[in-house]
Design a protein around this ligand. Structure first.
Ligand code: ADP
Length: 342
């Protein structure tokens, strides 16, 4: 909030405004600090008769921030005739965060629509070919139906992942309450994905400490976390390699107490360091062509990150080109309900 007199000199600022106009600016012309033409026009308007003016403005320094600006004449201020008294008030509301959230939402809808549109366009193309030129061609029909099934399944996977993501986001602030045996979850994930691994000549090796503590968790969600990580390892690692799942008891670090760390280690080509910080963003892919060819939705790691956040855990990614990638999830242990024998 900034007050100016009828000579446009600053008469008072609150603490937040001081960050924008700077300390020690009281007594000086507002135009020396805020050169934004729309701000000055709004002040001019209220000082010369308008009662209020509202604007949206972007201030470039120190980093670009978007504000709504409300300028108002201070009504009935008899003292406003004196040069020293405040004659107008400027209220600036920082909307940067809200704007960014709005942009993220808009990008997400655009990305999701685009991801759904591609298989849909392919399906429409196949249907038209089957109705037209290939209507009497049994061989083409069979081939196209196979391709159509693959495209439809891609859409189904995408819709399933979008629904998972929205479910996780809805309850992200509600911490899970059950004591969960992580070893059993890892075993079931390894069993489920071993067939897919075998198809690539790969194996999944589980190495879990005996007497791992229970973790405070949601069994279905944790299954999804490790399913997504192991599925990626199988998808992106080289044929014939081993995916290692290593679960250990750990001091949780930041939180202090006991925890369980689970590392999913693959011997793939690795991921270039430049991608690592953005890997858990929705639809972010290090290699988009490869992901799509392998049936990826680009949402797996975003789902992992949100579930881990809900569990007050951490996710770290280490990767070395040509050597492989390790995803490590650390989860806090459930408060002393004993340990599991796994
Ligand atoms: P996708 O459905 O594309 O696999 P994810 O969100 O699961 O989406 O992963 C995002 C991207 O991270 C992938 O497209 C891939 O480029 C990269 N990635 C994930 N896991 C691995 C891995 N184990 N090895 C190499 N790259 C990986």
């Amino acid at each position: 909030m900034i007050l100016v007199n009828r000579g446009r000199e600053i008469t008072a600022v609150n603490r937040m405004a001081r960050e924008i106009v700077g300390v020690g600016e009281v007594g000086r012309d507002l135009a020396l600090t805020m050169r934004h033409p729309r701000v000055l026009a709004a002040v001019e308007a209220v000082l010369t008769g308008e009662s209020t003016v509202s604007e949206e403005i972007t201030l470039a320094a120190p980093t670009p921030r978007t504000f709504t600006l409300h300028a108002a004449r201070l009504a009935g201020a008899g003292a406003a005739h004196s040069q020293a008294a405040a004659a107008a008030v400027l209220v600036l509301r920082d909307e940067t965060r809200a704007k960014r959230a709005e942009q993220t939402r808009a990008d997400f809808v655009a990305n999701a629509s685009h991801e759904l549109r591609s298989p849909l366009s392919a399906l429409i193309g196949f249907i038209e070919t089957l109705l037209g030129p290939a209507s009497d061609d049994a061989h083409a029909r069979e081939r196209f139906l196979g391709l159509m099934r693959a495209e439809a399944m891609r859409m189904a996977r995408l819709v399933d992942d979008l629904m998972s993501l929205s479910r996780v986001e809805i309850n992200e602030h509600v911490p899970p309450k059950d004591a969960v045996a992580i070893g059993a979850i890892l075993q079931s994930v390894a069993d489920t994905l071993s067939v897919r691994a075998e198809d690539k000549g790969m194996t999944i090796a589980l190495d879990a400490d005996a007497n791992l503590p229970f973790v405070l968790g949601d069994g279905d969600q944790l299954t999804q976390v490790f399913h997504n990580l192991v599925d990626n390892a199988v998808k992106y690692a080289r044929t014939g390699t081993v995916v290692r799942l290593v679960a250990k008891r750990t001091e949780r670090g930041a939180g202090g107490g006991q925890g369980v760390s689970v590392a999913v280690i693959d011997a793939g080509d690795g991921i270039a360091a430049i991608h690592l910080p953005r890997l858990t963003e929705r639809f972010y892919r290090a290699d988009a062509g490869r992901s799509r060819r392998l049936g990826g939705t680009g949402l797996g790691l975003a789902i992992v990150k949100h579930i881990v956040n809900r569990h007050r855990g951490t996710l770290s990614i280490e990767s070395k080109r040509g050597v492989g990638t390790t995803f490590t999830v650390v989860l806090p242990a459930a408060p002393s309900v004993g340990s599991t024998s796994q």
